[in-house]
Write a protein of this length. Sequence first.
Length: 301
Amino acid sequence: MHRRDLLKLGTVATASAALTPLSSVAGISASDITVRWLGGAMLELRIGDICVLTDPCLGEGTEAFEMGDPNEMFDLSTGPNIKMHERLTSFPGMAVREYDVVLLSHAHEDHFDQKAQAWLGANGPVLCSAQDVNALTKKGFAAQALNHGENRAFRRGDTEVSITSIPAVHSLNTGISGILGLGNGYWLQATIRGKTSHIYWAGDTFMAEPVQSAVQQFPAPDLLIPHIGAVGTNGTLGQLSMTGHQAVEFAEFLKAGLILPAHHSTYALYQEPVSKMIEAHAISGIPSVLNVLREGSALTL
């Protein structure tokens, strides 16, 4: 099985999927940095004068997106069963009209679904992993690879955001990791009027090499956004995203100030509820503060 057999990226909806962003959302403040969770791995980050969107997914209902099912057993030689997947929650709507950059951890449809592909079109820039850039470019996206360790800086007004690509290891099984390849996490260093904050949006990764080596060059993050859900635990590929307990250990390793878990609750695809992470954090004794948001809600730094 090749990595792309897990996807169905070749089919992009042709009908217009343009959405009208919300002009205002309850709970969003005028803080310098606002992080709003829209479900799955999708977040809006308003950092001073710069707006960032991560892993857009806009599909709803019982047929939210089409993809192989990593939670099923299947023959590796033929690949998984491609099927529709259900979103259990309503999409809360976007609060930002335009984004300076879209960050993709990887191109699996639970991170970049068919409706989001149609909505995004040729808009950009889109920063993605080196292994996804060719397929995305062929489909007409303004995709630019950000290789691991490379960074891209965005400046507007008194705001500067430096984005560095961090490896994302999708499986602790080296054989499966070799099939899936490395995705991207992103380290955002935000400087607004001389004050610097660090945000680490980890992508679908475990606390493994080369992730540990990559993050050691940075200070403790003010905010860690781990992807949890324990996807694939009972499937042929095995576990493909962290459990809540593993995410708490990751936060302890990083000495994170705040933790905002993503990649939970939204889809039937997720195997472990976020309550498991709440329990693991409660008994861990680590000083990191855990923030579990409702979809559409935000936290501020």
